[in-house]
Design a binder for this molecule. Structure first.
Ligand code: ACM
Length: 637
């Protein structure tokens, strides 16, 4: 009985699946050229992955990886064929290179008889596969087998290559530690959107995360701190010395080798960052003799330790910098960079260089003596002296120096490379003086900033919505593009204590970064992007990955007229949405007043409640904003 019904049921399933409407091809980042053709190709258990005999080992490995990925949701066992089959999925490295495709470009052609991905290099084939995955039904993202889906792919011709060679995401593993498996997952998540560089921020005040065999205290002491689980930097007092240091972790050198290899198999290069001379409390906890005061230090555990003043000025309450006048510091860094250089094959090592408070340097007799000896007049010149010595060490290990844009201050060596984070100014200045630049401006690319209505999100000191991130262009006016290596999004993790919150803050804004660094500028289009982002939301729902839907929430601003009357100014990031509101404390729906122009706030209102709708359905979260908060948002006259 069962046996006779099964084929019929399967056929019904397939029939049901065939009646699904074909989705329009939707790829992030948008390809340089995508031509949608009529017809489809359907993946079955009999489809083979064809790799020409004698082609690279990398292609065989990629075929196996693809087969494994497809198996999870489809249950199909796709075999690799070396006999020149021309149907199925063909992966090809062109024997005669196509100069239009460069090192990472690809051509993806889907016809009713099969899929053909060709490229000059294996990386291109890999990116072709990522596009192919996005053309498959969303259920391909399932972590378990899905029945009753026809694995149909729309016919297309895609010719694609990246705008920039440096397409990065930075992950701060110091403030909160992310395990080796989580870092691998982060790489899996990024390569789907053709990122190729993972910048690991390995050291900071909150923890030293990489084993340095010649300096074992860096991890036996520097990787551990007392546990705090509340609001970041809100600890009322410093930990008692007897309190156990239970939070932390680090990567052994074997872990690092495994991560580097994992990245290489997915065309991700890992750039290590050792952040000095500031941000070094964890290193000082391990080796206090490297500080200017020589006193006892602890790994940072959440007490306020820096005073910030208007105009970006600051001073350290607790010493967190290496002493530039101490020769032991340079011996220490020689050891660190020696081991780091051996572990990471990438040509760049990042030395940090950001936010170094100088107030402990200013008071140090050793620094005063150094200034006299070297003829240094200002603290930026002292810092520049330090950076130049670090560059020599890094160069002596066969590597190039990368640093945050503070390394420009006080004079920079002609060979140093700059990561522009304090807006775009540093990047423009560096490119003008012929330094290579990676653009990571906080104004577009800081993924730890609040991405929606602050009342609904975890508190962070700055905001950055998806549409602002999407307007990121690594080549700013006044820059010669030849000095711009590319761009990246930075994910700082002071407030991100687990992988789910890390994902929430990263996606979808990292999609906007991906499109800004991969796609031709003229192909970028906000409405097209957001409709593709929404399709990606469906995929993440299936793969059970976390992301933010803040783009659906209203943007709430305010203004005052000459008489001091308060108005609410509302808008949305997406087109086609309606906003409804109340002032009477009841929860609005789409029968409430619809927002069309700035609304006068009634004198007796205590709260404005706001919702967004699309096509008659609530789509954004309800925002309840106290009128007192609204008043604070009105620009001062
Ligand atoms: C930085 O955000 N301090 C580079």
């Amino acid at each position: 009985m069962k046996k006779t019904l099964l084929p019929l049921m399967m056929a019904m399933g397939i029939l049901a699946a065939h009646s699904q409407t074909m989705p329009t091809p939707s790829v992030i980042p948008v390809p340089a050229s995508l031509i949608a053709n009529s017809g489809t190709f359907t993946l079955t258990n009999n489809t083979v992955i064809s790799v020409a005999a004698g082609s690279s080992k990398e292609l065989d490995e990629m075929s196996n990886q693809l087969s494994k990925v497809l198996y999870t949701a489809t249950g199909f066992h796709l075999k690799t064929d070396h006999a020149g089959a021309s149907d199925g999925i063909q992966l090809e490295i062109l024997s005669t290179p196509n100069s239009a495709l460069g090192n990472e470009g690809y051509r993806l052609s889907v016809t009713p008889s099969g899929v053909h991905i060709s490229a000059n290099k294996a990386a291109g084939v890999f990116y072709g596969i990522q596009s192919l995955m996005q053309l498959l039904p969303k259920e391909i993202e399932s972590n378990t087998m899905v029945n009753q889906v026809s694995w149909t792919i729309p016919c297309v011709t895609i010719d694609d290559q990246p705008r920039f060679g440096w397409r990065g995401l930075m992950l701060d593993v110091s403030r909160h530690f992310f395990t080796k498996e989580e870092v691998k997952k982060f790489m899996d998540d990024m390569v789907k959107f053709k990122f190729n560089l993972l910048h690991l921020h390995l050291t900071d005040d909150e923890g030293w995360r990489i084993e340095i065999k010649s300096l074992p205290k860096l991890t036996s002491i520097g990787a551990w701190r007392v546990e705090r689980n509340g609001k970041w930097a809100n600890s009322p007092k410093a930990a008692d010395a007897s309190e156990p240091k239970t939070y932390g972790g680090f990567y052994t050198q074997e872990d690092i080798k495994e991560l580097v290899k994992y990245g290489q198999e997915r065309f991700v290069t890992i750039m290590p960052e050792i952040d000095v001379p500031g941000h070094s409390m964890a290193a000082l906890a391990a080796y206090p003799e490297l500080s200017c005061t020589g006193g006892e230090h602890t790994v940072y555990q959440g007490i306020p330790f820096m005073n910030w003043f208007p105009g970006g000025k600051f001073e350290a309450i607790v010493e967190n910098g290496l002493c530039p006048a101490n020769e032991k510091v340079y011996d220490f860094l020689d050891k660190v960079f020696s081991e780091v250089a051996t572990l990471f094959p990438f040509e760049y090592i990042h030395m940090g260089g950001d936010e170094c408070a100088k107030n402990f340097w200013e008071k140090s007799p050793a620094v005063q003596a150094l200034m006299k000896k070297e003829g240094l007049k200002t603290m930026p010149e002292v810092e520049s002296y330090f950076v130049k010595r670090v560059e020599k060490i890094v160069n002596s290990k066969g590597k190039k120096l990368m640093g945050w844009d503070e390394i420009l201050e006080g004079g920079i060596s002609p060979t140093a490379n700059v990561m522009s984070w304090r807006g775009v100014k540093g990047g423009i200045e560096a490119a003008k003086s012929k330094h290579n630049v990676v653009m990571t401006p906080s104004t577009f690319a800081y993924l730890d900033y609040v991405q929606g209505e602050p009342l609904l999100e975890a508190p962070v000191y700055a905001s950055l919505r998806l549409n602002k991130t999407y307007s990121f262009d690594p080549v700013q006016e006044g820059m010669d593009a030849k000095y711009v290596l590319g761009g990246q999004g930075n994910q700082w993790t002071e407030q991100l204590g687990n992988y789910r919150s890390l994902q929430y803050m990263t996606w979808p804004r990292a999609l906007a970064i991906a499109e800004s660094v991969w796609s031709p500028k003229e192909k970028k289009d906000w409405n097209s992007f957001t409709s593709r982002v929404e399709k990606q939301f469906d995929r993440w729902d299936i793969s059970d990955d976390k992301y933010s839907k803040a783009m659906y929430d209203a943007i709430v601003g305010a203004s005052k007229d000459e008489k001091g009357n308060l108005y609410a100014n509302l808008s949305t990031e997406l087109s086609g949405m309606n906003i409804y509101y109340s002032f009477d404390e009841s929860n609005p729906d789409n029968y409430y007043p619809k927002y069309s122009k700035p609304v006068l706030v009634p004198k007796d209102a205590a709260t404005m409640k706001i919702v967004t709708y699309r096509d008659g359905k609530q789509i954004g979260k309800q925002i309840n904003i106290p009128v007192t908060e609204l008043a604070k948002r009105a620009p001062k006259k």
